[in-house]
Design a binder for this molecule. Structure first.
Ligand SMILES: NC(=O)c1ccc[n+]([C@@H]2O[C@H](COP(=O)([O-])OP(=O)(O)OC[C@H]3O[C@@H](n4cnc5c(N)ncnc54)[C@H](O)[C@@H]3O)[C@@H](O)[C@H]2O)c1
Length: 388
């Protein structure tokens, strides 16, 4: 067996289950250049459950830890950490791992605030370790095909993007509902995936003008059937924004809301000078029009062997497995990371330009958010976390 990256999983909750499955998938496809040496969670039963699962596909079962301090001081062979904790812990755990000389891949959103993100970037630079963001959405076959359609000019110059998700969710979604734990609501949590795709498909966003509302600042304790206690929440439940892209005429209308009683609706589409790309219908461009299946088939047929292997190694379609392989290879062999920490920071700046615009009532430039020149919305979170 060749060189292996010794990895610890930190934060063994819901999303880490996806990572464990992804590592299993990598193994099943013959990738054995990693070894999960430890699972760490403040809930010992959670860490143990994943250690048991990993023991089923790996020769050695990972050690179990209930604190990051213990993990870093006792697991002598550790080289890298895969972190999936709540947002308020991203910078704390990342900085600890970096200072101990461990490479880091961290779940999205990169950080709870931009200032926290800066702490993470600085800690990793100072320690000379890699920092990678686990951004998986852009790696899906459908998104790779969309990117190809845009890049090859099938819709001409992108003029307008509409990204509208309007529905109803009245149940309580744990720490995600609280600004001091999550930073913000869905525009940051799920929205950072979409912000990353705005950058991936079109390019940097220059500025945002937005309004947010918290129409019903409560949620029901139970989802199905809806009911139980009514719990107070303090993240937004409606966001409507206009985005201007950098160095291009492209404009975007971005709406995310979970407060629509009645029938919700959605539209995800880019309209260009010669056609449109619709997330549901596929490519609409006169004679070149293709439904989604045909578009993906045409994209796959266009790939040379190296690019196909880069996107879908040994045919793996699991986007989390793809991103983890990218991280492992980057640490072991110095190969490039498509979504490094800076990329995660810049995607997050689009979300925070939206929130900062909503509190200041002005259009906000992403560059000013990245440079920590506008922090009105984030101020109390930074103070609460001692980040001032
Ligand atoms: N890429 C995606 O599609 C996707 C999907 C869901 C969640 N996420 C992201 O994954 C991260 C985790 O979300 P989740 O849904 O798994 O949350 P979760 O609450 O299910 O899991 C978080 C885990 O971290 C543990 N934890 C908290 N503080 C800790 C600490 N200091 N040390 C060790 N363990 C600690 C908790 O006990 C819990 O088990 C978030 O950043 C979230 O935004 C990404």
């Amino acid at each position: 067996m060749g060189e292996q990256l010794n990895i610890a999983l930190i934060g063994c909750g819901g999303m880490m289950g996806g990572h464990v499955n992804a590592y299993r998938e990598l193994r099943a496809h013959g990738f054995d250049n990693f070894n999960i040496v430890a699972c760490c969670d403040i809930r010992p039963e959670a860490a143990k459950a994943y250690a048991d699962q990993i023991g089923e596909f790996q020769a050695s079962k990972p050690a179990v830890y209930t604190s990051v301090e213990d993990l870093l001081s006792k697991q002598g062979d550790l080289m890298a950490c895969d972190i999936s904790v709540l947002h308020s812990e991203h910078h704390v755990v990342t900085a600890m791992c970096a200072e101990a000389g461990k490479h880091v891949t961290i779940e999205k959103p990169f950080s709870i605030t931009m200032r926290a993100g800066k702490v993470m970037l600085d800690a990793c630079t100072a320690a000379g370790v890699k920092i990678h963001v686990a951004e998986n959405y852009r790696r899906a076959l459908s998104e790779r095909a969309n990117k190809w359609a845009i890049k090859t000019g099938l819709i001409g110059e992108p003029w307008m993007i509409y990204w509208i998700d309007a529905g109803l969710r009245m149940w309580y979604w744990t720490w995600r509902e609280h600004r001091m734990d999550a930073g913000a609501g869905w525009t940051l949590d799920g929205g950072v995936h979409f912000a990353d795709m705005f950058r991936y498909h079109i390019g940097p966003v220059e500025e945002a003008f937005a309004v947010t509302r918290s129409f019903w600042p409560h949620r029901y304790e139970h989802a199905d059937p809806l009911g139980g206690k009514i719990i107070d929440v303090d993240v937004e439940d409606c966001m409507i924004a206009i985005l201007k892209f950098e160095g291009a005429p492209t404009v975007g209308q971005w709406t995310l809301t979970s407060s629509c009683h009645g029938e919700g609706f959605g539209k995800r589409a880019i309209y260009g000078s010669e056609g449109a790309l619709d997330w549901g219908m596929g490519l609409q461009a006169g004679d070149a029009s293709m439904d989604r299946q045909a578009l993906e088939a045409a994209f796959l047929a266009s790939l040379d062997e190296d690019t196909r292997e880069l996107y879908f190694p040994r045919g793996i379609m699991d986007t989390v497995a793809q991103e983890l392989k990218e991280f492992i290879d980057a640490v072991l062999y110095g190969t490039p990371m498509e979504t490094d920490g800076l990329e995660g920071y810049k995607a997050e700046a689009i979300c925070y330009a939206v929130y900062e615009s909503a509190v200041t009532g002005k259009a906000v430039k992403t560059a000013d958010v990245e440079a920590l020149k506008v922090e009105e919305y984030q101020k109390d979170i930074n103070e609460h976390l001692g980040l001032v």
